[in-house]
Design a protein around this ligand. Structure first.
Ligand code: 5GP
Ligand code: ZN
Length: 114
């Protein structure tokens, strides 16, 4: 989607600090980090939210969770632990309507989240 900020980042039309990229996924540093490590991992394909995911997207989501997250967690030296968050919809706190996984680490996390 041409008016979607994360689609524009995926196409490198606007700048971001990219930490990982392959044919279906790109990961970049959050503009407003909430932890020492705060990376956003997104499918390059525009999917508005977890509510919009379809069966055809499951391979990309499995790739993110099964390969990209552990790779980045290793690279970012998060062996002490980390959190992966997918804010979904208005009450879920989603502000950008392109599916994204927050990878947060480098400090102790609180529970329950706000
Ligand atoms: P959400 O609230 O939708 O779960 O998360 C959206 C995230 O995107 C926020 O953490 C916000 O800081 C980040 N963000 C919003 N716009 C940009 C941008 O243009 N570049 C980057 N790198 N991060 C952004
Ligand atoms: Zn998009």
């Amino acid at each position: 989607m041409s008016d979607c900020i994360f689609c524009r980042i995926a196409k490198q039309e606007i700048p971001a600090t990219v930490v990982y990229e392959d044919e279906s996924v790109i990961a970049f540093k959050d503009l407003s980090p909430q932890a020492p490590v705060h990376i956003l991992i997104i499918p390059k394909k525009h999917v508005a939210s977890l509510m919009e995911v379809r069966a055809e997207d499951s391979q990309t989501l499995a790739h993110i969770m099964g390969e990209v997250v552990p790779k980045l967690a290793n690279e970012q030296q998060l062996s002490a632990g980390f959190r992966v968050v997918i804010n979904t919809g208005e009450e879920g706190g989603q502000t950008v309507n392109h599916l994204h996984f927050h990878l947060l680490g480098g400090r102790s996390m609180q529970w329950p989240p706000g």
